[in-house]
Design a protein around this ligand. Structure first.
Ligand SMILES: *[C@@H]1O[C@H](CO)[C@@H](O)[C@H](O)[C@H]1NC(C)=O
Ligand SMILES: *[C@@H]1O[C@H](CO)[C@@H](O)[C@H](O)[C@H]1NC(C)=O
Length: 553
């Protein structure tokens, strides 16, 4: 009898050995956490440990910096996503999310034999105009956009996602010490510092942390590398369609917006101390719905209406971002844009561009340029308009004119600031390397005009491996794009060079220097010809030099 028990035990152990390694309960600074061990596939299964909803901060308070979570007793079951931070719903009439929102999620790939150690770590910062978003992203059922599983398994990296505050609760500022602002950036920093201190317990390498993010998340990544508070915490960074130099990344007039919001909720506006104290005592739901992003009949281009964003507070950001690149001298940096990043904005400013049956006039295009060059008056308008219409000829086609609108907005809002950030980064680099890309895989959205390229945020589905997950919804060429992106991104996280690392890539990605301006064009047919030079340099020169040096109107 005893022998049979022993045999049965031995058999159980054998079964367990055939199973994957799993972390089981992990000891973090706050206490024990237990996630789930997941098996994917049947013939040659893969395994990973997933932890969802680990707290890294206390419930947030209006206009206060976040505070570290003090911990818990017993073992925390980390199996479900936590609500996002409080923000307006899409129709902007109500709120969703919670003040208790500082939670993070961790995906750890495992091999069959023993638990992983010293894995590179990738920390995701979501976008959403500093107005909305959550660590898990939008979802269809249980398919979440920012599910880290595919990146973790294919790239053999740990993926971390987390929540940070957005909208007025994340970024309202009186422009002085009474409400300095940047609360959302402090939340991000708290999460990054938590990863640095705790990720070794999950098998991660704390000296190998890569931030990556898109849109406002890309700008956040950039600002996190520029603040003095993260020096030594971050090894590498990836900014997709957003950098700290974007015109919308810094709010230069926070007090104007703070006063507008304060008066809407019945707080005093003439004294910033009274204003801030009153808001601290106001229902955060009321604060959240008191700001509405207008999306129609705008007097100026949409980009001017993004009210709540990071500010130069003299602390987290001691100066204008362009003067802070020495803080990133040892942070490897990879940044790029989508070839039609501005399409989303252009479609709000001039909806006619998406109407095949409606005509756009040269006057309309000129008005848009006027709106974007407002700070420099007629001088800026004339040069910009001439530059962008130089290839129009006497009777430009509707398609050419509409495409020009998208180019103007893409350049001004995303592409030019990204090229400037790459240049500053490479000029200030000590040990750091710099890489640039252009993502041009055309949109698959049937409602888009036939000439549309890659719109804002279209890169996300490939990076997060959706074409592998939803085989039927995507074509083989979409899986090629996803495989290439994940390989380059995770190699970069492992070695600081997107070409070298555990994953095979289609072609070597040469690093960026200001002299050659090398960039990789990412689409479904990447070859040595995809390495190109001097992305839209006449337009970059115009905005970054000619335009900037014009006198203000
Ligand atoms: C980062 O991870 C890679 C791959 O595991 C490893 O070769 C490297 O030594 C690690 N550390 C740093 C600082 O790059
Ligand atoms: C993909 O990139 C290659 C190399 O840059 C380019 O020649 C080709 O036109 C691109 N394809 C699409 C569909 O944009």
């Amino acid at each position: 009898m005893a022998r049979r028990v022993t045999l049965a035990l031995a058999f159980t152990c054998l079964l367990a050995a055939a199973h994957a390694a799993t972390l089981g309960v992990v000891h973090t600074e706050g206490g024990f956490v237990e996630g789930v061990s997941k098996k994917i596939g049947t013939l040659s299964p893969q395994y990973l440990d997933i932890f969802k909803g680990i707290p890294f901060g206390l419930p947030t308070k209006v206009l206060e910096k976040p505070e570290k979570h003090p911990g818990w007793s017993g073992t925390l079951k980390a199996t479900d996503y936590k609500p996002r931070c409080m923000q307006a719903t899409l129709p902007q009439t109500d709120v969703r999310g919670e003040m208790d929102c500082l939670y993070l999620n961790v995906w750890v790939p495992q091999s069959r034999s023993e638990v992983s150690t010293k894995l590179p770590v990738m920390v995701w910062i979501y976008g959403g105009g500093f107005l909305l978003g959550g660590g898990q992203g939008a979802n269809f059922g249980d398919n979440y956009l920012y599910d880290g599983e595919e990146i973790a398994l294919r790239g053999k990296v740990i993926v971390v996602t987390f929540n940070y505050r957005v909208g007025p609760l994340g970024f309202l500022s009186t422009g002085d010490a009474n409400a300095p602002g940047n609360y959302g950036l402090w939340d991000q920093h708290l999460a990054i510092a938590w990863v640095k201190r705790n990720i070794a317990a999950f098998g991660g390498d704390p000296s190998n942390i890569t931030l990556f993010g898109e849109s406002a998340g890309g700008a956040s990544v950039s600002l996190q590398t520029l603040t003095p508070y993260n020096v030594g915490l971050i090894k590498r960074a990836i900014s997709q369609s957003g950098v700290g130099l974007c015109p919308w990344a810094i709010q230069q007039e926070p007090l104007k917006w703070a006063k507008q919001l304060a008066s809407r909720v019945g707080c005093p506006v003439d004294d910033t101390a009274a204003l801030a104290n009153c808001l601290r005592g106001t229902d955060p739901r009321a604060i959240t719905v008191a700001y509405k992003l207008e999306l129609g009949n705008l007097q100026y281009p949409l980009v001017y209406y993004l009210a709540y964003a990071p500010v130069i507070d003299g602390d987290f950001l001691p100066d204008e971002p362009r003067n802070l690149f020495s803080n990133a001298a040892d942070v490897d940096y990879l940044a790029g844009v989508n070839d039609m990043d501005g399409h989303l904005f252009a479609g709000v400013d001039l909806p006619v561009i998406n109407e095949p049956l409606q005509k756009i006039s040269a006057d309309t295009v000129q008005q848009l340029v006027q709106g974007l060059t407002l700070p420099k008056g007629s001088g800026g308008l004339t040069i910009a308009y001439d530059l962008y219409t130089a290839n129009w000829g006497p009777s430009p086609s509707q398609e050419l004119m509409k495409k020009t609108v998208v180019d103007i907005e893409t350049d001004y809002i995303f592409l030019v600031p990204t090229q400037e950030a790459l240049a500053y980064h490479s000029q200030n680099a000590k040990s750091a390397r710099t890489y640039s890309y252009l993502f041009s895989h055309p949109s698959r959205m049937p409602i888009y005009p036939s000439w549309a390229g890659a719109d804002h945020a279209e890169d996300l589905q490939y990076l997060f491996g959706k074409p592998f997950r939803n085989q039927l919804a995507y074509r083989p060429q979409d899986r090629d794009v996803a495989a290439a992106m994940i390989a380059y991104w995770t190699n970069f996280a492992a070695t600081g060079d997107p070409t070298n690392g555990p994953s095979k890539v289609p072609t070597p990605w040469l690093s960026y220097t200001t002299h050659y301006g090398m960039y990789l064009e990412i689409n479904n047919s990447i070859s040595y010809q995809s390495m190109k030079q001097s992305l839209r340099s006449p337009y970059v020169r115009f905005w970054a030099q000619t335009y900037r040096n014009l006198p203000s109107a």
